[in-house]
Design a protein around this ligand. Sequence first.
Ligand code: SAM
Ligand code: DTB
Ligand code: SF4
Length: 337
Amino acid sequence: METNIASMSNGDSVVEPTRASTRQRHDWTDGEIAALYSQSLPDLLFSAQTVHRQHHDPTQVQLCTLLSVKTGGCPEDCAYCPQSARYSTGVEHQALMDVEQVLSAARVAQEGGSTRFCMGAAWREVRDGEEFDRVLEMVRGVGALGMEVCCTLGMLSDGQAERLAEAGLTAYNHNLDTGPEYYDRVISTRSFDDRLRTLKRARDAGMTLCSGGILGMGERLEDRLSMLAVLASLDPHPESVPINALVAVEGTPLAEAAPLDPFEVVRMVATARLVLPTSRVRLSAGRTQMSDETQALCFLAGANSIFTGEKLLTTPNPGEDRDRSLLARLGLSPAEL
Ligand code: SAM
Ligand code: DTB
Ligand code: SF4
């Protein structure tokens, strides 16, 4: 049965915010999403928590670890990215790592409580050959440890998606990054539709999807919300949705981007929770700039996954000790597989 929490907490709400609370809806309009987002913070958090508890244990947070298996020198022009060869960011280039090195990093991550290991490569797209074969070997090896395995390698062709799925890849990460209208202001070397095509290939090959975006690149609120509408239009919804706050890196075109209002991140997480009720919402890049209290509000708003460890791909992350203490202070526990 569908509940209308808005009428319980705020009879004047424009829409029925949680009309779709118990199922995935794929026809959210930008207007409906805007009405959710703009409720009072207490109403928004109440709705988001109610939906969150229908699908998830609110005390459990999934711990994921990232590893950059091939770093820097990327031909793309993503304006936020320290790994693009077009900007001088001081990121040291590193060729594709050896399988054994990657597996030993995965073991360390697992010992630290991570259940998911995500390997990233600064590629525009996957190319068939020895390097792709090596990545497939990494996927098999991490899977054999009993972890969820995720890769983010750029664009995929049909055959490549199938080979990744056969190797046991749990999830493919490919972010929309922003809404369709703003997209061209951030990246010119591949289109929004290219992204959707790669996501479809990964889905058709049987993998789960990890797709989200970045806040704080100069986009309007409408762009953030239309990104959520596109994510929700995917059927089924992406199983995990990373919400990144821009890490403004010197040398990139977005180095001077204005810092985000933390409440905008909280509202975005809560709105993602409402329109993507069954997905894991991952509070991703940008946590080093967030206070403990902001992160706590994000967990209250429905975030239930984080990246742990000292580093994301190339930029700093809070690190295990700090995260362990934050979760303990909030009475949250690492989710088990
Ligand atoms: N090269 C592949 C691609 O672009 O699909 C995979 C790696 S790429 C670094 C993965 C994602 O990291 C990007 O889509 C973007 O959302 C995120 N990202 C990169 N740089 C970031 C930054 N400075 N701040 C926040 N998120 C960032
Ligand atoms: C995602 O959405 N965020 C992660 C992961 N997916 C691949 C990457 C964040 C990268 C932040 C910048 C860096 O460390 O290079
Ligand atoms: Fe390359 Fe990915 Fe960075 Fe874009 S986000 S420059 S594709 S590594």
